[in-house]
Design a protein around this ligand. Structure first.
Ligand code: TYD
Ligand code: MG
Length: 476
């Protein structure tokens, strides 16, 4: 390997280059290159000429994996999303829109942990300690001995947390702290990357669990905290659902638990409360006999959740009628409407269609195909599905009803909520409390719910959805 005799060397990792660059290509650190004019020393680093002493090797079965060491926050829905509590030495990112409740949840978790005898430091970069105190009073947690750090310089704050010997450090927020010596502004990409690297080294080096909050815009198009996703152990995103009444905390990455696990919270006058019966909260209380509503159960993370799918169909005055989907992939909606027209004999070409998932949830697999198709059929024919009936199943283009995973858990959850009949794929094992109606095809399913021989009911034209503004996208 040719050796560089003169150039710049990274003081962090030893990477060398002939021409100066701002960022080390070896370790991605900024402004760490220093000039040198001799052969690189045989110190650790990538430009090493001869291999140094071999690194220590550890046998997998000898690695200590004490899962009982998790710190439960005592907030059931938060613990669930974390995978059973906070893992010591882990670095967790909690993202979400401003005002969604990140600081509230962090303060509640911090106070609970101190009450359980775990010391916690809370870096309040967004607010003054006075403001945090006022929030704590509102949450009736002002007596909690949480150690507040109001120091935006990250290294100094980390040193303070280490000196205080805490079990958990909360950084609220990553955008409000800065790493000294970097020219970029706080919250900028270079600052975020460097702060992330230092936090990771801090958490792993000290064993102090570290939770970092970060503002993310709705569409997530601003790079921001997403830059940190790859290096942290867990990424939890806060979203609102159900018109803002329910806050949903979703694990999009978790090295210590199930991804796609969701926690449901309600924002009350005294902070975030865990929702005790999420399925009941998500099942919108609909007017009995309303058309366009179908019930099913999803598996979200490690638990089943019952939801309602809602659809509305009205005659369109447009050449290309509107298809509006909330929580359902637009492409999936189009596909299901095509299957419904071709295999179920229920066309919708001249109708505007709106379809949504209750609670603001997003469907991420195809296990709700059949219930969506039934909700659409019910909306198009303006005839309700039989009460107390739910449906499970994926649909093939042929109209065949395919099995879903974990049917027993879904059905048990539906039974718990009082569902007495379920339209299911053939071969679904029996579950106590629910009468199963196996259907092999969409046509049979429509027959089973009494929607196969109804004429498409005409709706007065002035009920059509408003015409879109010029230039507005028709298919959302
Ligand atoms: P906050 O936790 O500060 O959000 P973030 O840190 O994500 O920006 O915001 C909480 C919002 O919730 C704020 O609009 C006020 C409201 N709130 C309550 O309704 N009840 C409460 O007890 C608290 C503390 C806040
Ligand atoms: Mg905040």
């Amino acid at each position: 390997m040719p050796r560089t005799e003169r150039g710049y060397r990274c003081r962090e990792c030893g990477w060398t280059t002939v021409a100066y660059v701002g960022r080390c290509a070896g370790c991605q650190a900024w402004n760490t290159l220093e000039p040198f004019s001799s052969a690189p020393p045989a110190s650790p680093g990538r430009a090493r000429a001869h291999p140094a002493a071999p690194a220590a090797v550890l046998r997998l079965d000898h690695v200590d994996a004490d899962t009982s060491a998790r710190l439960p926050t005592g907030i059931p829905e938060f613990d669930r999303v974390l995978g059973g509590g906070i893992v010591p030495g882990s670095l967790v990112l909690v993202g979400g829109d401003p005002g969604i409740g990140k600081s509230t949840l962090m303060l509640q978790a911090a106070a609970r942990l101190t009450a359980a005898g775990q010391p916690v430091a809370y870096l309040c970069g967004e607010e003054s300690p006075r403001q945090v105190r006022m929030r704590a009073e509102r949450l009736r947690l002002a007596g909690a001995p949480v150690q507040l750090i109001s120091e935006p310089a990250l290294d100094a704050a980390l040193a303070a947390a280490e000196a205080a010997g805490v079990s958990l450090l909360v950084i609220d927020s990553i955008q409000s702290v800065y790493v000294e010596g970097l020219e970029s502004r706080a919250g900028g990409p270079a600052q975020l990357a460097e702060a992330g690297a230092r936090l990771l080294a801090f958490a792993k080096g000290t064993g102090i669990a570290t939770i970092v909050t970060g503002h993310v815009t709705k569409s997530g198009e601003v790079a921001g905290p997403r830059l940190l996703e790859h290096l942290v152990d867990a990424v939890l995103y806060f979203e609102t659902a159900k018109g803002g009444l329910i806050r949903l905390l979703r694990a999009v990455k978790n090295r210590f638990g199930a991804t796609d696990e969701i926690g449901l919270f309600e924002m009350t006058g005294s902070g975030l409360q865990s929702v005790e019966n999420p399925s009941a909260a998500l099942l919108a209380p609909h007017a009995p006999g309303a058309s366009g509503c179908a019930i099913t159960a999803l598996i979200e993370g490690s638990r089943p959740l019952a939801i309602e799918l809602q659809a509305l169909a009205v005659p369109s005055s447009l050449a290309a009628p509107r298809r509006i989907a909330a929580g359902i992939e637009p492409a999936r909606l189009h596909l299901l409407l095509a299957v419904l027209a071709r295999r179920g004999g229920i066309p919708s070409a001249s109708l505007d269609i709106v379809a949504s998932v209750s609670g603001g949830l997003r469907l991420r697999d195809t296990s709700a195909d059949l219930p969506i198709a039934l909700a659409l059929a019910s909306a198009i024919l303006d005839a309700p599905l039989p009460p107390g009936t739910a449906a499970l199943g994926e649909l093939a283009l042929s109209g065949a009803v395919r099995p879903v995973h974990q049917p027993a858990r879904r059905l048990a959850e539906l039974a718990r909520l009082g569902i007495s009949t379920a339209i299911v794929p053939p071969g679904t094992p029996a579950v106590e409390g629910v009468r199963l109606v196996p259907v092999a095809s969409l046509a049979t399913a429509l027959e089973a719910v009494g929607l196969s021989h109804l004429p498409v009911r005409a709706v007065p034209h002035d009920h059509a959805l408003q015409q879109p503004e010029r230039g507005e996208q028709r298919h959302q």
